[in-house]
Structure formats: C-alpha cells, structure tokens
Design a binder for this molecule. Structure first.
Ligand SMILES: *Cc1c(COP(=O)(O)O)cnc(C)c1O
Length: 340
C-alpha cells in the first residue's frame, strides 16, 4: 500500500519535469555571485513581488532569521503573533541570532491588527526596549492556514511606515493565501520591507526559500547569509527546481485547498472528533474527543493503514494537503477515517 503522507507540505518530491530542469541547469559559484540560474530565480521571484532584489537560501528559517538580523540591533523587540513560526519553530533564533526579544500578541486566528500592535510599540525612552520590527505570517500555520487579505495588511503597513517600524512577511505559504484572496503578489510586496517565500512547501521544490527586498537590504542579507553558513556554491541545480516550482506549481494550489475542505467535511461527520478549526487553505487542525481516542492512538491507527499525520498536541492532529497528495489518496484517507 502506497504511503500517504499528510504530516506536512514539505514532504513532496521533485517531479520528473522538475528533475529534468535541475539536470539541465547552468551553474556557477554563487558565493562569487556567478550562478546564472540562481540569478534568474532571484530576479524572477523579486519581480513577482515588485522588489529590487532577492537572495536564495537553504530554508525559510534562514530567510526569516536573516530578515530579523538585518532589520534590528541587539536589544530590540520584534512584534509578532504568539503562534508565529519565527517565535515557535525557529529554535529561539530571534534571541540566538539577533539578540532580539519578541513582543507576543494573541492575534485573531493568528492575524494582527493595528489596534493590537499600537499599544505594543514602545516610546523613544532610554529605558524602554526599542520596537523596530513587526512580522506577519501569511498563511498562518498554527491557526490552521488562516490568511490576511490586502485590506487587512494595508493599514498595518501604513501604520508601520508612520511609526518607522520595519514590516516583514513570513510568506512560507503566501501563494496559498493569494490563491484564496485573489490579491496579487505585486501588491503584497508593496506592503512589506522584506518578504520570505518558500519553494519547498506547497510549490514542491526539494530545497529553498527566498528573501526579497530592496537592493541595500539584500546586500546586507547576503552578508548575513554567509555568516549563518548559508552561502551555497553551485546552487543553480536547486534554483532550477525553484524556478520550475514558481512557474508551474502556483496555479494548482487551489486543488490542495479543495482536498482539505473535503477532509474537513468528512471529519465533522465522525463521532470521535471534538472540533475542527475552520479550514482556510491546505492545513487542517482538529481535536479528538478525550474519552474516545488519544492523539497518539489516532496517529498509530492511521499509521497501520500507511497514513502518516502530525500530532499537534495531546488531542490535536494536523493534516496538510499538498502536490503529492492525489485524488486516490484522498479517497483512501476518507475510507480509513470512516473505518476507525
Ligand atoms: C515551514 C515554515 C517556515 C520555514 O521553515 P523551513 O523548514 O526552515 O524552511 C517559515 N514559516 C512558516 C510559517 C512555515 O510554515
């Protein structure tokens, strides 16, 4: 029985066409800025978001952490949602890499508003922590793939400009958000000082993220990337996969969302499900009834049917649909859930 992997959209494997693109990539030493395919990818990604430049990195953790490092000084504060990836899942990198602390806000399904941010911005006194950066996530992983619309982002962007705060986007799944809102990447880019996008999530590339921004910012970012150990040599092989992903795998993201919705409908019919977070994109988070089944037991029962899922807490499970999750796999998942 074929493995069904719903743990994350990072589990996708490169397709034949993507591998062909990788095999045929022109390469050079990118630490010397001589890899033509990396340049092509960086320019293409930057142009999608209307930014001047980009830097290709091994991971989204690195692009986020570089952005924080470039935007701040040690002792500064970054404002973010309490469930944000930069705070929860980057190994404490905010303090480890940048000597910066996080000011956490309990957002609305992970979304911040100007009303929430404003009271957290410190005044300019020697004894107060300097607030320098606001970071938004879109879509929002821990909130079940919820997203911001441009109407929600624009006032935050205006506020940050007025208060001279930098605004960063952790857009690991920004294309999932845009698939739902129909907002454009170009307009999205205009609201932020820096944008991080992932190629290895829903877009199906094996490795890679990009940090986008203005020329001066990216110049500094390249230096920090080297310090963090992220300077790569003949990275064009990976960049070719990224280019392929950006050109071929964005339009289809909506299919993953439809599958997640189907699973949501199924889950709601089952008597051992306590609650399902609203499904907005390709992430499905739900709670199991304590008196019926534990998260561990649920995970094991599905594993026995060769279906892998993520535990997201004692009674909480996360499914993520993706490029390699086929219609046949969806049918088999539904069948497996019904049989539990
Ligand atoms: C996956 C993810 C990242 C980056 O993770 P890496 O595994 O380091 O590439 C950043 N932000 C969010 C919201 C993510 O889901």
């Amino acid at each position: 029985m074929e493995l069904i992997d719903l743990r994350s959209d990072t589990v996708t494997k490169p397709s034949k066409a993507m591998l062909d693109a990788m095999m045929n990539a022109k390469v050079g030493d990118d630490v010397f800025a001589e890899d033509p395919t990396v340049h092509e990818l960086e320019n293409y990604a930057a142009s999608l978001f209307g930014k001047e430049a980009a830097v290709f990195c091994p991971s989204g953790t690195m692009t986020n952490q570089i952005a924080i490092k470039v935007h701040t000084q040690p002792g500064d504060e970054v404002i973010c949602d309490v469930n944000s990836h930069i705070y929860n899942y980057e190994g404490g990198g905010i303090s480890f890499n940048s000597g910066v602390q996080a000011r956490l806000i309990q957002g609305n399904e992970g979304r911040l508003t100007v009303d929430m941010i404003e009271p957290c911005v410190n005044g300019d006194f020697d004894w107060l922590t300097r607030t320098n950066l606001v970071s938004l996530e879109n879509t929002i992983n821990r909130a079940g793939g919820s997203f911001y619309t441009k109407e929600q982002i624009a006032p935050i962007s205006t506020f940050c400009k007025e208060r001279k705060l930098k605004l960063h986007l952790d857009g690991a799944r920004i294309f999932n958000a845009l698939a739902e809102t129909k907002d454009t990447s170009l307009e999205t880019g205009s609201y932020f000082d820096s944008v991080s996008i992932c190629l290895s999530k829903g877009l199906g590339a094996p490795v890679g993220s990009l940090l986008l921004g203005e020329k001066e910012f990216i110049k500094k970012a390249r230096r920090v990337r080297k310090v963090f150990g992220g300077g790569m040599r003949q990275a064009g092989i990976l960049a070719a996969a990224g280019l392929y992903a950006l050109k071929n795998n964005i339009e289809r993201l909506k299919e993953d969302h439809v599958k997640a919705k189907t699973l949501e409908q199924e889950l709601k019919k089952l008597n051992f499900i306590e609650s399902v977070l609203p499904v907005y994109s390709n992430i499905l988070i739900f709670n199991l009834k304590k008196e019926v089944i534990s998260g561990d037991a649920f995970e094991k029962k599905l594993a026995a049917k060769n279906i892998k899922v993520s535990s997201f807490g004692k009674q909480t499970i996360r499914f993520v649909t993706h490029l390699d999750y086929t219609d046949a796999m969806l049918d088999r998942t539904v069948e497996a859930l019904r049989s539990l």
